[in-house]
Design a protein around this ligand. Structure first.
Ligand SMILES: NC(=O)c1ccc[n+]([C@@H]2O[C@H](COP(=O)([O-])OP(=O)(O)OC[C@H]3O[C@@H](n4cnc5c(N)ncnc54)[C@H](OP(=O)(O)O)[C@@H]3O)[C@@H](O)[C@H]2O)c1
Length: 246
C-alpha cells in the first residue's frame, strides 16, 4: 500500500533532498516550510516522479503554525513524520552572539519537533504503527563551542527521544534518530570546506531506505564524513570564522 511521508522544513536544504529520495521510492510526500516560492520549486520536481505531492506553509515558531502541521498528519494519513526543520543562526553570528536567537533555536529545533512527535505518536498508535525520524546532529551527541545553543537544542531532542523510544515501540511506533556530521546544505553553506562535507543526496537516499525493514528497525545512526578536510589549516580557518563575533 502507498505510504505518505511528511517532512518538516522541506522547502530547501536537506529536507528537499529527503523529499526527492522518498518520492523516488514511491512515497507520497507532504512538503512543509515557510517560503511559498521554494516550496513550489520542490513540489514541481517531486510531482514529476509520479507521486502525490502537497505542501503546507506554516511557521513552527507559532502556535497556529504548529497546529497546522499537527492537523496535516491526520489530513493526509501520514505514515512517516520526519522532524527536519531546523535553524542554526550561531554559525553566522557566533555562539551566544545574539541572545534573542535562543528562543528561535529551541522553539524550532526542540519544542516543535517534540510537539509534532507527540501528535504523530497518538495518531500512529491508534492506526497500529508509524515512524518518526529526527534529523538530529553530531552536535546532539557532543557539545560544540561554536554552536552551544544549537547543541543544547539537539541534546534536548535526543533526551526526549531516548525517554520515549521504548514505550512508543510497544505501540508500534518507531523513533529513528539521525546524528549527522556537517552536510553540504543550507546550514553549512558558508563553510569553505563545503565540497568535503557529507553528500545530502546520498544520506537522504540512505534514510529513505531504512524505513522499510520488518523484523528490526534502526534506533539511531551516527553519520561521520569520509572526506578529510585539508588538514589543520582548514580546521583552523573554520574555527576562526565561527568564532568571529563571540
Ligand atoms: N547542514 C548541516 O551541516 C547539518 C548537519 C547535521 C544536521 N543538520 C540538521 O538537518 C536539518 C536541515 O538542515 P539544513 O542544513 O538543510 O538547513 P536549511 O537548508 O537552512 O533548511 C532549513 C529548513 O527548515 C525550515 N525552517 C526553518 N525555520 C522554520 C520555521 N520557523 N518554521 C518552519 N520551517 C522552518 C526552512 O524553511 P523556510 O526556508 O521555508 O522557512 C528550511 O526548509 C536541521 O534540523 C539541521 O539541524 C544539518
Amino acid at each position: 500500500m502507498k505510504k505518505t511521508v511528511l517532512i518538516t522544513g522541506s522547502s530547501s536544504g536537506f529536507g528537499a533532498h529527503l523529499a526527492e529520495a522518498f518520492a523516488a521510492r514511491g512515497y507520497d510526500v507532504v512538503l512543509h516550510g515557510r517560503n511559498k516560492k521554494r516550496l513550489q520549486a520542490v513540489k514541481n520536481k517531486i510531482s514529476k516522479k509520479g507521486v502525490r505531492c502537497v505542501s503546507v506553509i506554516a511557521d513552527l515558531q507559532t502556535k497556529k503554525g504548529l497546529n497546522t502541521v499537527q492537523s496535516t498528519l491526520h489530513k493526509y494519513n501520514v505514515d512517516i513524520l520526519v522532524n527536519n526543520a531546523g535553524v542554526n543562526p550561531e554559525l553566522k553570528k557566533g555562539a551566544l552572539g545574539n541572545a534573542k536567537n535562543i528562543g528561535e533555536i529551541i522553539s524550532v529545533n526542540t519544542s516543535s519537533a517534540i510537539a509534532l512527535s507527540r501528535e504523530a505518536f497518538s495518531y500512529f498508535a491508534k492506526r497500529g504503527g508509524g515512524i518518526v525520524i529526527n534529523i538530529n546532529s553530531s552536535a546532539g551527541l557532543r557539545g560544540s563551542a561554536h554552536e552551544a545553543v544549537y547543541a543544547a537544542s539537539k541534546f534536548g531532542l535526543r533526551g526526549f527521544s531516548e525517554s520515549v523510544k521504548e514505550i512508543w515501540l510497544k505501540q508500534g511506533v518507531r523513533m529513528i534518530d539521525i546524528y549527522s556530521g556537517a552536510l553540504a546544505t543550507g546550514m553549512s553553506s558558508g563553510r569553505r570546506d563545503k565540497n568535503e562535507l557529507i553528500d545530502p543526496r546520498e544520506l537522504a537516499e540512505f534514510i529513505a531506505s531504512v524505513c522499510s525493514t520488518n523484523s528490526f528497525f534502526i534506533r539511531e545512526i551516527s553519520i561521520q564524513r569520509t572526506k578529510k578536510s585539508n588538514g589543520r589549516k582548514v580546521e583552523k580557518q573554520i574555527k576562526t570564522e565561527y568564532h568571529k563575533g563571540i
